[in-house]
Design a protein around this ligand. Structure first.
Ligand SMILES: NC(=O)c1ccc[n+]([C@@H]2O[C@H](COP(=O)([O-])OP(=O)(O)OC[C@H]3O[C@@H](n4cnc5c(N)ncnc54)[C@H](O)[C@@H]3O)[C@@H](O)[C@H]2O)c1
Length: 345
């Protein structure tokens, strides 16, 4: 297999690239190296003969055509995206350009390439998406693959639009696609603007730990290395034209999550007072969804995949990783917008 991964210098993409190369797959990583990218995430594969990097942009269709021609991939896993909800509130345009138009460009290049190869049934275009496309749940229920789309943020609306394009390229042109919609990821190499790293790094700096609104919003948390395993499972064994929900089976309110992180830090890096005394409730995010939860029956029953890491184990590993990798996160804190409250419009 030659797997073309887009967004492989990001948080989830780099976990996929590391795993795929370690399992012997040839991987071409196509990434535009936006503010969210970090090539240091890939040091362990950078010298591997199985790994190639293409610094390229999915908004550039000619560059995509050249890359398909040069590497002749047998599968594509598409993760490149603008991914931060708060940034999408302040600047939605780039989310439409990258997540919608960029996905359209990639579909067109993949389709042309697949047709040149003679339309092989075993080719795969795997589109990686989010549970946020389904909108918000009340206190009960879970998202299945049949849940109607109801995105509420510019980010989730742009991902929903890209999901629809992928589905249409299968129905109309026969492109063998698979799709997956997953819950919130966390773990090593998580960019320091997202909730879990913000909590850890603010606590370590003795700074306020912001909790949006009451903190009652519920998320399901998926350890990123579990997700990478699930994605390669869907890529290789998922049925063409089908989508799979991927969850961690780990629901928690944001406030519970923050308290768990503070308790781990109290144990691993004791401070003069409990870290939870730094928690401050701040104004809520506009359009903040109350609850997301995944029904993982399809991926469990059809593909035999289930998460291996509980939330408590995953959070402990994550906190330890941030304590041991200060050089990695210090450099990223200098990037534009990191450490500032965004998305209050
Ligand atoms: N992080 C999560 O919790 C989560 C949950 C569900 C789904 N997803 C989806 O998974 C995918 C990866 O998420 P992530 O958290 O790793 O994102 P990320 O922001 O960490 O990484 C995105 C990567 O895409 C690259 N990129 C952005 N625009 C590009 C462009 N125009 N051309 C080429 N590369 C470009 C960036 O440089 C970066 O390396 C996204 O599609 C996201 O919607 C993420």
């Amino acid at each position: 297999m030659t797997l073309l991964v887009t967004g492989g210098a990001g948080f989830i993409g780099s976990a996929v690239v590391r795993l795929a190369v370690s399992q012997g797959r040839r991987v071409v990583n196509l990434d535009a190296l936006t503010y969210a990218a970090c090539l240091e995430n890939l040091v362990e594969v950078a010298e591997s003969p199985l790994y190639t990097f293409e610094n390229s942009d999915i908004r550039d269709p000619e560059a995509l055509a050249r890359i398909f021609e040069r590497h002749r991939p047998t599968a594509v896993m598409h993760l490149a995206a603008e991914s931060h909800v708060d940034r999408s509130i302040d600047g939605p345009g780039i989310f439409v350009e990258t997540n919608v138009t960029g996905t359209y460009n990639l579909l067109q290049s993949a389709r042309a390439h697949w047709e040149r190869l003679g339309r092989p049934a075993e080719f795969r275009f795997h589109h990686v998406s989010t549970d946020e496309v389904f909108g918000s749940l009340g206190t009960t229920g879970k998202f299945t693959e049949e849940t109607p789309y109801a995105p509420n943020s510019p980010y989730s609306a742009s991902k929903a639009a890209s999901d629809h394009l992928v589905r249409a390229w299968h129905e109309t042109y026969g492109l063998p696609v698979v799709m997956s919609n997953c819950s919130n990821n966390y773990g090593p190499y998580h960019f320091p603007e997202k909730l879990i790293p913000v909590v850890i790094l603010n606590a370590l700096a003795g700074r306020e730990i912001p909790v949006y609104g009451s903190g009652e919003n519920v998320r399901d948390w998926l350890y990123v290395e579990d997700h990478a395993e699930a994605l390669l499972t869907v890529l290789e064994r998922g049925r063409a034209g089908r989508s799979y929900n991927i969850g961690g089976e780990n629901e928690a309110t944001n406030l519970e999550l923050v308290h768990k992180l503070c308790a781990i830090l109290d144990r691993l890096k004791p401070w003069s007072r409990p870290y939870s005394t730094l928690i401050q409730h701040v104004s809520d995010r506009p359009g903040h969804d109350l609850r997301y939860a995944i029904d993982p029956t399809r991926i469990r029953e059809e593909l035999g995949w289930r998460p291996s890491v509980t939330l408590d184990e995953g959070l402990e590993r994550t906190v330890r990783w941030y304590l041991e990798n200060e050089d990695w996160w210090r450099a990223l804190q200098e990037r534009d917008g990191v450490g500032r409250r965004l998305g209050t419009a």
